[in-house]
Design a protein around this ligand. Structure first.
Ligand code: ADP
Length: 771
């Protein structure tokens, strides 16, 4: 440097003028250099200040909070936005520990640990990234922020620079969107209102941070709201509040749901303690609930219910949220309406199927009064009721409980204990009323008081309570103007509540049931009449047979000249008396067989018999009859022997009946009799060329006592029992009889019998004969 040189060469007194001049020149140059440098420095300074001002301006006007802190978390910088965001002015913030200012107490530990770790290792998982954390305001409120922290080294010091952005609104919007999405999903996935409601309440609570949700709906038949569904945060201890909610009915205008019902508007209660119309306040306070909001569920103008939600902290009224909930309320309303319509449709379809089932079952039921009664009770459950009781009225007008069925077979014995309490005319009973008036009765809702009033004693009351009746219908069993009894349909476990529409269905069910019962009654009466007739026939025939046998015996003796020979004209009379007596005996035998069949007393007596043997016996009887009328009689039977195991007397009677008819109803031509073995069966066919049978009579001819009306000039002889007996005998042998005929050309009767007849229950054969 020039200074050094000047010092080395001594003081200015020793300088040569030229030297001095040079030195001055040099100094001048140096001075001007310094000046230049100073100006440069000044310019640099200005630039720096401008840059810093720009930076500060940028930091201060930034919409994010900007904070720097040293390694000890002491705040160095605190911009304007940090002041508003955290509520601390820079003057108070700078110099304090950052953790105490903006980190909620529960996270401070972690913050300090993170710092230590970074200082020791140079690693920090949250550094140089954008993360979301919870921050604390001066007033104690916590809120979500987005944070980026970057460390910068300054010599041996580290400085942390942080940008923080308040994302409360963004978070809230995201949360609402997610809640809305969850609700839409529930509505799309649920198939019933009952399934959707609790899930909707959960979606709102979980999505928006509420603890309890209730869905209040209008109680049917009453002008009050009741909780239909609810949801509660799992960890919450709010038993008392829930109990008080479940037992409360809200009238229009009362409480939170009642007010929403009345106004049709959503409602926000910032602090329940300050609300003057909140009957459940005590219980709510004890469960720590502070804030609530509620909104109406409706479709168009129609109100369906109210949803209410409770939080444990005070939540400021939020118009945006209420607006969103109002929209959701109408979505839910639409869903409820749609599901109700679907449910009604399904119920109607189910009902149609039920009636179809009732009709088929009643038609298929045996025409037995008792069996029909038993059937009825079980038909009604579970389609119409949880349990069903059938009552009958006897001739004296007293009412008997005859059948009880429960949808749950396991509960049947409980219901059957009711039998210990017969219907007593001295005690009012809805069934007595129904039987007296013939009009149905509906008890939509059975209250505990009603049960108490109906009970005869303590035990009866306990039984009625155990049965848990919720709703009941009483319908008369009326047919052909007579009340035969009544049906009680009770809803218990299913919780359904009967209305007028259900009563209509029950009434229709009872109408059909009564008709079927009355048919069974008529059938029983006519069967009884039939039995009396058959018994009479059997007795009469038996009584007639004895004198007839005597007549036949004496004519036979006379014909043989015992005790003495009579003259030829007298002999002629004797023969005719004998013939008529035999004919009469044959008719009586037929009646006896018929009455035995009718009384199911005819049984199968199986023997082993050759087909050829049977055919030749029948030929011996029929050939003379056919010859007598000038008819050809052709027989076609198998050449090889066919052994049958059957009741030969019955087979013979069948064949004689059919062949006898063929001769009787044929004036000219041929009677053909075929017998053959086919597929384990033996087939007999009787073909004639007689008058034939009109198609409309083909089935009737098998009815007992039925005969085709012949022209008045030609009265056919016979009882009209032959074919009826034939068909029943064939059934008894395990076979069947069929007929084909062309009027004017002739008829073909075909009998198929098993080669080996198995004993058939006599009753079955009789019933088959009816077909
Ligand atoms: P019955 O012969 O005693 O009158 P059946 O029960 O044997 O009674 O027959 C009932 C009716 O069926 C007869 O009265 C007759 O009208 C008709 N019928 C039966 N067999 C024949 C036949 N082979 N050809 C025409 N009609 C017949």
């Amino acid at each position: 440097m020039g200074n050094e040189r000047a010092t080395r060469q001594g003081g200015p007194g020793h300088l040569h003028p030229e030297e001095a001049e040079a030195l001055i020149e040099e100094l001048r140059q140096q001075a001007s250099q310094v000046e230049e440098q100073a100006a440069e420095l000044e310019a640099l300074n200005d630039e720096l200040a401008a840059a810093e001002a720009r930076l500060r301006g940028a930091i201060d006007s930034a919409l994010d909070a900007f904070v720097t802190a040293d390694a000890g978390s002491i705040v160095l910088d605190w911009n304007h936005h940090a002041e508003t965001m955290f509520g601390w002015p820079a003057s108070e913030a700078v110099g304090r520990n950052l953790a105490e200012l903006i980190i909620p107490p529960q996270y401070r530990e972690a913050h300090f640990r993170g710092m230590e770790r970074f200082l020791a290792t140079g690693e920090g998982p949250i550094l140089n990234r954008r993360i979301e954390i919870t921050a604390l305001r001066r007033d104690g409120r916590e809120f979500p922020v987005e944070l980026t922290v970057a460390p910068s080294r300054w010599g041996s010091n580290v400085i942390f620079t942080a940008f923080l952005r308040d994302i409360t609104e963004r978070k809230r919007d995201e949360q609402r969107l997610a809640t809305q999405y969850a609700i839409t999903r529930v509505l799309a996935e649920s198939t019933t209102v009952g399934e959707a409601a609790p899930r909707l309440l959960a979606a709102v609570c979980e999505g928006l941070g509420y603890e309890i949700g209730h869905f209040w709906s209008v109680q049917e038949g009453a002008d009050v709201l009741r909780v239909a569904d609810r949801w509660m945060a799992p960890a919450l201890d709010a038993g008392e509040f829930e109990a008080s909610t479940l037992t409360t009915e809200m009238a229009r205008g009362t409480g939170l749901p009642g007010r929403v019902w009345q106004s049709g508007e959503p409602l926000w209660v910032r602090d329940l303690a300050e609300d003057t119309n909140f009957p459940r306040l005590k219980a709510a306070a004890r469960s720590g609930l502070r804030s609530a909001f509620a909104f109406p569920v409706r479709i168009g103008g129609e109100f369906i219910g109210v949803m209410e939600f409770f939080a444990r902290q005070v939540v400021e009224a939020d118009e945006g949220l209420l607006a969103m909930m109002t929209a959701i309320g109408s979505d839910i309303g639409q869903f409820v309406k749609r599901k109700q319509a679907e449910e009604r449709l399904r119920e109607r379809e189910e009902l149609q199927r039920f009636f179809a089932r009732v009709s088929t079952m009643l038609a298929a039921a045996t025409p037995d009064y008792e069996a029909t009664l038993r059937h009825l009770a079980h038909l009604a459950v579970p389609a119409l009721a949880d349990w069903c009781t059938i009552f009958t009225v006897d001739e004296g007008g007293s009412v008997q409980r005859v059948q009880i069925a429960h949808a749950d077979r396991g509960r049947e014995p409980v219901a059957q204990r009711l039998a210990r309490y017969p219907v007593d005319p001295a005690h009012p009973h809805p069934v007595l009323e129904v039987v007296k008036t013939g009009s149905p009765l509906l008890l939509s809702e059975i209250t505990p008081e009603m049960v108490r009033d109906a009970a005869r004693d303590e035990e009866h009351r306990r039984l009625l309570e155990e049965l848990g009746m919720r709703s009941a219908m009483f319908v008369p069993l009326t047919a052909r103007g007579r009340t035969l009894g009544a049906i009680t349909l009770v809803s218990a476990e299913s919780g359904r509540c009967y209305d007028e529409e259900d009563l209509g269905v029950a009434h229709e069910f009872a109408r059909r049931a009564a008709l079927s019962l009355d048919n069974a009654r008529l059938y029983a009466e006519s069967s009884e009449a039939n039995r009396v007739k058959t018994d009479f026939l059997a007795t009469m025939s038996h009584e007639l047979r004895t004198p007839l046998n005597a007549m036949i015996g004496y004519t036979d003796l006379l014909a043989e000249g015992i005790p003495e020979r009579v003259s030829e004209p007298v002999m002629g009379y004797v023969r005719r008396i004998g013939l008529s007596a035999r004919h009469l005996l044959q008719l009586i035998e037929e009646i006896l067989v018929f009455s035995r069949l009718e009384a199911s007393r005819e049984t199968l007596v199986a023997e082993t018999v050759e087909l050829a043997e049977l055919v030749s016996e029948v030929r011996a009887i029929i050939e003379p009859l056919a010859a007598g009328k000038g008819l050809r009689f052709a027989i076609r039977a198998p050449e090889k022997p066919v052994t049958l195991r059957t009741d030969p007397r019955k087979v013979r009677q069948i064949l004689v009946n059919l062949l006898g008819n063929a001769v009787k109803f044929t004036e000219e031509g041929e009677i053909e009799f075929r017998a053959e073995r086919r597929d384990g069966q033996v087939m007999f066919q009787v073909r004639d060329t007689g008058i034939g049978i009109a198609p409309e009579h083909l089935e009737k001819i098998f009815d007992p006592f039925w005969q085709v009306r012949q022209s008045t000039t030609r009265v056919a002889s016979g009882t009209g029992l032959g074919l009826s007996v034939t068909r029943r005998l064939a059934a008894l042998l395990g076979g069947r009889v069929e007929v084909e005929s062309t009027p004017g050309e002739g008829s073909v009767f075909t009998v198929r019998l098993p080669i080996r007849a198995r004993p058939v229950k006599a009753g079955d054969a009789g019933a088959k004969g009816e077909e």
